[in-house]
Write a protein that binds this ligand. Structure first.
Ligand code: FAD
Length: 472
């Protein structure tokens, strides 16, 4: 190795900075945020580790192409105002993405320091800037283009809808969001728990698009209150961002017993309806002692950790593959394990057994082993004959996946769907099979991620703008 190279390598700081967190013993008993965020000093130290690569691979790993080295360079200079401005050029939800994006498979997975297992903590730095801005109490509103006189309806206020609305209002169009629930934010509000994404943060991000001038109607179910065809008589274009909120069940005996929930219901009761605060909130949630959560993704981890916080003694993740195949973010699976969630891996429930009053009392499972890779590239689970066993449980939360609610497609002639119930839309523009209607996010991809929904929203906004201004 040349002297010059040795000198350069020795300057590289390979110590990724940890983020302070509540200790597992404390946090498993409260709903406050687990990760506490970088202090200014830690953020600057972490930012200084960035090599400012000439060809930054991290940027190519980000679905919305944030100028990552640029915003990090502002943190090094302690110019946080410019840092957040740079970040917001590409991402209108930085406080959310800094908390929930799967950075380990996106931007951070591309970081050159990943070769030394010391990738820059890009998500934590993003979160630091967003939280810094919030603490200042003033939010810089970007300039808006001259009004175009065109009107856009956005259906759904999740990350896809918010991104489309934020982008189009800045381009001079009049934008109205129609949301079915009584609070805006989509899964960020009703699905992801307070201890991972405080609701005040989501409210702040929604408030930002409101401040830009977007009008938000809640309790407005498109397909019931008004159809898309009716909206098209008033609006020049419509964006459908209704997500994938229809829960799957396994279709096994006993799923109708009391104590068997879909993760969707369980988390909505807790997050949107604030069930954990009962009797201060009006929606009670039963306190179960032994809870099995079926599935291995983020939704399963969120449900299991919520059950712990509700006072359950024995909370288990029941997943049919092994630890290596868990689809959840690595950090969230680790958090769950630290808090005391037990992982019953290579295990599949086949039967829920109830007591004489119709309440769940046992879960019958079989053991699995991994066979050949399936279409997803993952080794498929195969049942081990005669491996049945029973676990005493008083609740099961089924978190095996979701698909889109069929209401909008079934009430909109001309809107084509796939076999899976997702909307057919051009991946580059979001254009659907119906004139003047675009779509993006989970309604098109099936259940995916926040940042992918935002990326789809951005592409659709660009295409809608071209159409609305006649530049397509
Ligand atoms: P959504 O967020 O689902 O928003 C759709 C909105 O449309 C909802 O508010 C819904 O009420 C509304 N709507 C539906 N039908 C109608 C109608 N007919 N009329 C009016 N409004 C309607 N992703 C990550 O990146 N990281 C994570 O850590 C993560 N954790 C997750 C945890 C949970 C519990 C869940 C459920 C999902 C998680 N995800 C995570 C996935 C992520 O939240 C979604 O991919 C993302 O929210 C999809 O955004 P969207 O805008 O397409 O839809």
């Amino acid at each position: 190795m040349s002297e010059e190279k040795t000198e350069k390598t020795s300057k590289i700081d390979l110590n990724r900075n940890d983020m302070p967190r509540q200790s597992p013993e404390v946090r498993r008993h409260n709903f406050s945020e687990v990760a506490l965020g970088y202090t200014e000093e830690i953020a600057v130290t972490e930012a200084k580790r960035c090599l400012q690569c000439k060809k930054p691979r991290c940027k190519t790993g980000c679905p919305v192409e944030i100028d990552i080295p640029d915003f990090i360079s502002f943190i090094v200079k302690r110019d946080f105002a410019s840092g957040i401005k740079k970040l917001k050029e590409k991402n209108c939800l930085p406080a959310v993405c800094g908390r929930v994006c799967p950075q380990e498979t996106q931007c951070e997975s591309q970081c050159i320091l990943g070769n030394k297992k010391a990738e820059i903590a890009i998500g934590r730095l993003e979160r630091f800037l967003a939280d810094w801005e919030a603490k200042q109490g003033v939010v810089d509103l970007p300039p808006k283009a001259k009004p175009t006189g065109k009107k856009v309806a956005v259906i759904g206020s999740g990350p896809a809808g918010i991104t489309v609305a934020g982008d189009l209002i800045l381009l001079g169009h009049e934008v109205t969001i129609f949301e079915a629930l009584h609070k805006a934010g989509g899964v960020l509000t009703y699905g992801i728990p307070e201890f991972r994404l405080p609701k005040a943060i989501v409210a702040r991000e929604v408030d930002y698009v409101r401040k830009l001038g977007v009008e938000v109607f809640t309790d407005y179910v498109v397909g019931k209150t008004r159809s898309i065809d009716e909206l098209l008589t008033e609006f020049d274009a419509v964006f459908v961002g209704t997500g994938a909120g229809l829960p799957w069940f396994m279709d096994i005996p006993g799923e109708n017993l009391n104590g068997v929930y879909s993760a969707n219901e369980y988390l909505t009761r807790m997050n949107l309806m604030q069930g954990y605060r009962f009797p201060m909130s009006s929606t009670p949630v039963k306190k179960h002692v032994r809870v099995a959560v079926v599935g291995g993704g983020n939704v399963a981890m969120d449900s299991a950790r919520t059950a712990l916080r509700m006072g359950a003694d024995d909370v288990r993740i029941v997943y049919r593959r092994s630890h290596a195949e868990l689809p959840a973010r690595a950090e969230e699976a680790e958090n769950a394990e630290e808090e005391g969630v037990i992982f019953n891996l290579l295990t599949l429930p086949i039967n829920y057994i109830g007591d004489e009053n119709g309440w769940l009392k046992e879960v019958e499972c079989v053991k699995m082993e991994l066979g050949e890779p399936d279409a997803s590239g993952r080794r498929s689970p195969v049942e081990i004959p005669n491996s049945n066993f029973r676990m005493p449980m008083d609740a099961v939360v089924c978190a095996i996946g979701n698909s889109p609610n069929p209401l909008v497609p079934s009430t909109t002639p001309g809107l084509q769907t796939t076999r899976k119930g997702t909307l057919v839309a051009d991946p580059e523009t979001g254009k659907t099979t119906k004139d003047r209607v675009w779509a993006g996010g989970d309604i098109v991809t099936g259940a995916a991620t926040v940042i992918l929904a935002m990326g789809a929203g951005r592409k659709a906004a660009r295409s809608m703008h071209e159409y609305l201004t006649g530049t397509a």
